[in-house]
Design a binder for this molecule. Sequence first.
Ligand code: ADP
Ligand code: MG
Length: 259
Amino acid sequence: MAKIIAVANQKGGVGKTTTAVNLSSCLAYKGKKVLLIDIDPQGNSTSGLGVDKKKINKSAYDVLINDVDISETFVSTPIENLLLCPSNIQLAGAEVELVSTISRETRLKNSLDNIKENFDFIIIDCPPSLGLLTLNSLTAANTILVPIQCEYYALEGLSQLMETVKLVQKHLNKELDVEGVVLTMFDARTNLSIQVVEEVKKYFKNKVYRTVIPRNVRLSEAPSYGLPIILYDPKSKGAECYLDLADEVIEYSEEENLV
Ligand code: ADP
Ligand code: MG
């Protein structure tokens, strides 16, 4: 049975998509069967894996709104073992259309029931908001993985995010757990980055991954080639760190299975 991880933070530009694409790719590279669901209308995970947003046949939109079987949306990616449920700007309409839909928060969860046994991990790349698309993701997920950028105001908005997690736990998904917090775009040359790491560790304690993702220009170049870092530049620091993060995620999921 797949472990379902929602990569979420309502702030934009903190490294959600970079983490979703590269964590998924590294898990698959290590032999896990992985599905990446792009639930952000911007479709950055989709284009970041070389899939042309304009040529998508069926997408996450059809799953949420038209009851299309999610397996009909699957497209292959440059990584064997990694399938993608793509998205494009059409999904922006879903946020509004879902409001008047029955079981509006559980549509993604329901769509995964039949397919989750076919994967080891299902990773969901969330949009930068706490609207119905993110709620669908948190309702479908076992855990939430929060990327935090090592920047000014890094902790801003996190209490709101954690409130949302509590509300989801109370009303929609009792089992939702915090997978972990990953610090992104770390720059060892700045005191600020070091301070942010300290503060985040105070707040999230043992939920912070040992692996910290550095600011790495290769990570920001890779999407324009439609490749995950592990294929674009396997020797880069970015590739090394996302492989380490994948190890931690696997380690953690295996420990859970032992309990
Ligand atoms: P989000 O999905 O949270 O909006 P992205 O993953 O799209 O954030 O990242 C925002 C921008 O920062 C993108 O241009 C991305 O390429 C870049 N970026 C993300 N992580 C890194 C990193 N570790 N080093 C350098 N650039 C990064
Ligand atoms: Mg994104």
